[in-house]
Design a protein around this ligand. Structure first.
Ligand code: PGA
Length: 256
């Protein structure tokens, strides 16, 4: 059986944007993408801008999502946003377990797995981030860290009916995020192949594995040509319409 995984490129805007800047970015992006073959594309602005971005993208092929989601369904969780609220806002995606959330908000592997299930239960596609720190990489612990982070996710998903449906994994070495450094292509492929092995063993055949960490228009084609890289999660370059659209094209070409 040939498995076709449509490439996916998602922009993580982080805590950037304004009504004016968002409008300019989306308008430029739609013009740039209209002239190119695009893979599945999504953008994840900060929560307050989801209605604006949703309105600008309505009727286009570009989808939108959130940068995190609460693992609880409803109730006394001040400041949190639930998956069903994101669904109300037309979201398709929810990034969960980004290293900045793990680092600054103390999110744990278990919590991230519950966030993924909460997203799935509301019909969102969770983009589950994993990745090792510089210290862990230097100590040769990359695969062990990935396994530790994936374990609760895979265990929790095993209990969810109709496994897999739309879960996405993003491998993001923490030391590569926003630094301009990336692992070698061989290094990226080795980690992705390892994640693929874990996913296949769990029956998650269709699951896409994105690479994230200093992806730019200039290195996207090399990274996306790797056999187990199914697209990218893009930070800084997602704020530049031309660079982001070049990255999207690199992913689309891979699909052919
Ligand atoms: P970067 O960020 O592309 O700016 O390195 C990636 C991410 O944090 O998702």
């Amino acid at each position: 059986m040939t498995v076709v995984r449509t490439p996916l490129v998602v922009g993580n805007w982080k805590m950037n944007g304004s009504f004016e800047a968002n409008r300019a970015l989306i308008e430029a992006l739609l013009i740039a993408l209209a002239q190119k073959t695009a893979p599945d594309v999504g953008v994840c602005p900060p929560f307050p801008y989801l209605p604006q971005v949703g309105a600008l993208l309505a009727g286009t092929n570009v989808r939108w999502g959130a940068q995190t989601v609460c693992e609880h369904r409803t109730g006394a969780y001040t400041g949190q946003v639930s998956a069903s609220m994101l669904r109300d806002l037309g979201c398709t995606y929810a990034i969960v377990g980004h290293s900045e959330r793990r680092q600054f908000c103390g999110e744990t592997d278990e919590q991230v797995s519950l966030q993924a299930v909460a997203a799935l239960d509301s019909g969102l596609t969770p983009i589950i981030c994993v990745g090792e720190s510089a210290e862990e990489e230097a100590a040769g612990k990359t695969l062990a860290v990935i396994d530790r982070q994936l374990a609760p996710v895979l265990a929790t998903l095993a209990g969810v009916a109709d496994e897999g449906k739309g879960v996405v994994i993003a491998y993001e070495p923490v030391w590569a995020i926003g630094t301009g450094k990336t692992p070698t292509p061989e290094g990226v492929q080795a980690v992705h192949a390892h994640i693929r092995e874990r996913l296949m063993a769990a029956g998650l055949v269709q699951t896409r594995i994105l690479y994230g960490g200093s992806v730019k228009g200039s290195n996207a084609a090399t990274l996306f040509a790797l056999p187990d890289v199914d697209g990218g999660l893009i930070g800084g370059a997602a704020l530049d319409a031309l660079d982001f659209s070049t990255i999207c094209t690199a992913a689309a070409i891979r699909a052919v």
